[in-house]
Design a protein. Structure first.
Length: 254
């Protein structure tokens, strides 16, 4: 490698090191100005997470379908995602692609989903990442929700660990918790044969994704999942049961 090339790489590395996370983010004042000029007839929702969110076409896709089949308010719901395999929220904070997505428009709602094992094994780091998002959105019109995920196969203790982290983060940031993992625990306990997990024991089955989306939709929209006609490719009896369980989860934990 030539001396000139080494020098070029060194200069680039210094530039990157000098750019803080706040340099990548728009200021609260900028976001407020953009919000004032945004189309009031459009609700923009963004999911940030990893494969727990994007499996089975994505929880974001199924939430969109619930909205499509729900009561129409006259406002257009536009849902997007920034989900990368295995990613933590800390990695998203430092990822230029995620920052570009966040800066691309005024987001009415942002849903944050942490890596499950990272959340349970390094809860302090996960908490700090959630607090960093709180600092990023402070003073802006964006509503942020924390998507509590579920225990993996053979690791039932994860539910309590995740619950502790997410509710501590909620207390410190003011972000409400979407109690998906608590609903998973209850459904699994009541129906041990009902498999919300896929065969890998980590990611959701279609039923798990649908159930998660039903909980999230009910909270974000203030509409009952039980009266919504959306049903993917699964037996009607399963869809009805899962929508009922979703409504019960919201009633019990939100």
């Amino acid at each position: 490698m030539s001396v000139l090339r080494v020098l070029q790489l060194f200069i680039v590395s210094l530039f990157i090191a000098g750019c803080s996370k706040t340099d990548l983010a728009k200021s609260a004042a900028q976001q407020q100005d953009e919000a004032a000029n945004a189309d009031p007839n459009i609700v923009n929702i963004l999911f940030i997470g990893n494969s727990l969110t994007f499996f089975n076409s994505g929880i974001d896709f199924h939430v969109q379908q619930f909205y499509t089949h729900g009561t129409q308010s006259g406002r257009t719901i536009e849902i997007d995602e920034r989900t990368l395999p295995g990613y933590t929220l800390q990695q998203h904070l430092g990822n230029p692609g995620t920052q570009t997505k966040l800066n691309s428009k005024v987001w009415d709602i942002v849903v944050l989903q942490e890596n499950g094992h990272h959340a349970t094994q390094k809860p302090k780091e996960a908490l700090e990442a959630m607090k960093s998002f709180q600092a990023r959105f402070e003073g802006t019109p964006t509503r942020v929700f924390l998507f509590m995920t579920w225990a993996y196969e053979g690791e039932p203790e994860m539910t309590k660990q995740l619950q502790k982290l997410y509710y501590q983060a909620a207390s410190e940031t003011g972000f409400p918790v979407l109690p998906v993992g608590l609903g998973w625990r209850d459904v699994t306990a009541a129906n041990p044969g009902f498999d919300l997990l896929s065969s890998d024991g980590v990611h959701p089955s279609l039923q798990g994704t649908y159930f998660s989306a039903a909980i999230i939709f009910e909270i974000l929209s203030n509409q009952k999942a039980t009266t919504n006609e959306y049903q993917p490719q699964m037996p009607e009896s399963q869809a009805i049961y899962l929508k009922g369980a979703a409504s019960q989860t919201v009633a019990d934990y939100y």
